[in-house]
Design a protein around this ligand. Structure first.
Ligand code: PLP
Length: 426
């Protein structure tokens, strides 16, 4: 099952009422390309991997955070600030539960996955890496899990070791093990590829890495969306996620880190909230998690993220995964019927992300045309994974990504739209 817990793939999605779920998302009721006298088309949103739409409970939580109890958090001595702080810290407990972390001291709020990975690259890099040490990545990483390490390479003279992926997008753990050496200090790997949908067998990878004494950072931007995540079960050392892909607000992300590691790492950003005592001569730092949360945090956004997590748990993480698995497999099968279409990422039981090229049209033209003709929102480009595009010898792909609200009928609209593109170009 390639990392997806076996029981998820076997669960029938029959109990999952996707129409009821869709009703929770106000934006899904809108039409696109409406003009006076023209009714437009229903929105077919297949770009959830770039950013997910938001359920009403998240919008309500944002509104309430600003209209009911808003004040800056921490240190406020009046009721409103205390209530705001309480809601903010309750959100931390929600994230802890969502990831099954052992302590809320291990939950650091950031603005995004990008910031979380930069935090680890700076801070872990500062504490533990010296010239000639190696950080291992895979060929399918998002730029957010490449560039921070390159910046570290420029600062400290470390080396990046890149594990290739197979033509189907699979990561072979033997290829990982073959590259672990005495200078390997960290493996930083995506949980799920945002281009290929490949699910990395993180638990096995972590066990393998730990057997060699190497810690593992997981980029969970896509992983946390598509499957339940239990960081204690995975035993990973760091896990990053980004709120806006998880049906929550933009501007908030999470870094989970094992407490003993975080404790030994220096702060990333300096400023208010992360200090114990400041003089012009010296500053001492706050305990976890405050040490890594300099400045005013994204207060309402964090509360909104917790609402999104509650929402996902209310629907049932396993039920969501089973639904997406069903629609994702349907999409892969239906797309394969389109003449001249090549799919990238074909591992069995991958996450519900389908990247493809058409022999008759450029990715950007496909995306523009399917939007205009059928109201289908697709992403086209390099998906912030240019090294992976280079591997496959393409400049860009078009990507359909499936969320908890996507239906099989929407996949049918996509296929009709692609057949229309063929008619125009072929
Ligand atoms: N990693 C992966 C696998 C992603 O898909 C993305 C976003 O597309 C990111 C990292 C970066 O997320 P953000 O831009 O929210 O920091």
């Amino acid at each position: 099952m390639d990392g997806l817990p076996r029981e998820l793939g076997q669960q029938t999605p029959a109990a999952y009422d996707v129409e009821r779920v869709r009703a929770d998302f106000p934006i899904l009721a809108r039409r696109v390309h409406e003009k006076p006298g023209k009714p437009g088309k229903p929105l077919v949103y297949l770009d959830t991997a770039a950013s997910a739409q938001k359920p009403r409970v998240v919008l309500d939580a944002l509104m309430s955070a600003y209209s009911d109890d808003y004040a800056n958090v921490h240190r406020g001595l009046y009721e409103l600030s205390a209530r705001s702080t309480e809601a903010f810290e309750a959100a931390r407990t929600t994230v802890q539960r969502f990831l099954n972390a052992g302590s809320d001291r291990e939950i650091i709020f950031t603005k995004s996955t990008t910031e979380a990975i930069n935090l680890v690259a700076h801070s872990f890099g500062e504490a533990f890496l010296t010239e000639g040490d190696e950080v291992m990545l895979t060929e399918m990483e998002h730029h957010a899990n490449i560039v921070p390490w390159q910046l570290l390479r420029a600062r400290k003279g470390i080396k990046l070791v890149v594990v290739p992926v197979g033509d189907d997008g699979a990561l072979d753990l033997a290829e990982v093990e073959a590259r672990i050496g005495p200078r390997t200090k960290l493996i930083s790997v995506t949980h799920v590829s945002n281009v290929l949908g490949t699910v990395v067998p993180v638990k096995e990878l972590v066990a393998l890495a730990h057997a060699h004494g190497v810690p593992v950072m997981v980029d969970g931007s896509q992983g946390a969306v598509h499957m339940p995540v239990d960081v204690r079960d995975l035993d990973c050392d760091f896990y990053a996620l980004t709120g806006h892909k998880l049906y929550g607000p933009t501007g908030v992300g999470v870094l989970y880190g094992k407490e003993d590691l975080l404790d030994r790492m220096p702060p990333f950003l300096g400023g208010g909230d992360m200090i114990r005592r400041v003089t012009f001569e010296e500053t001492t730092f706050a305990e976890l998690p405050a040490k890594f949360e300099a400045g005013t945090p994204p207060i309402a956004e964090t509360i909104g993220l917790a609402a999104a997590m509650d929402y996902l748990e209310g629907l049932g993480r396993a039920a969501i995964a089973a639904h997406e698995h069903d629609v994702g497999a349907y999409a892969m099968a239906r797309l394969a019927e389109v003449p001249g279409l090549t799919l990238y990422g074909t591992t069995p039981d991958k996450a519900a992300i389908a990247s493809f090229t058409l022999d008759c049209a450029h990715a950007h033209d496909i995306s523009t045309l399917v939007d205009m003709s059928h109201g289908v929102a697709l992403r086209a480009g390099h998906h912030c994974a240019q090294p992976l595009m280079d591997k496959f010898g393409v400049a860009a792909t078009t990507r359909a990504s499936i969320g908890l609200y996507t239906t099989r009928a929407e996949i049918d609209v996509l296929v009709d739209a692609l057949l229309r593109v063929r008619e125009i170009f072929a």
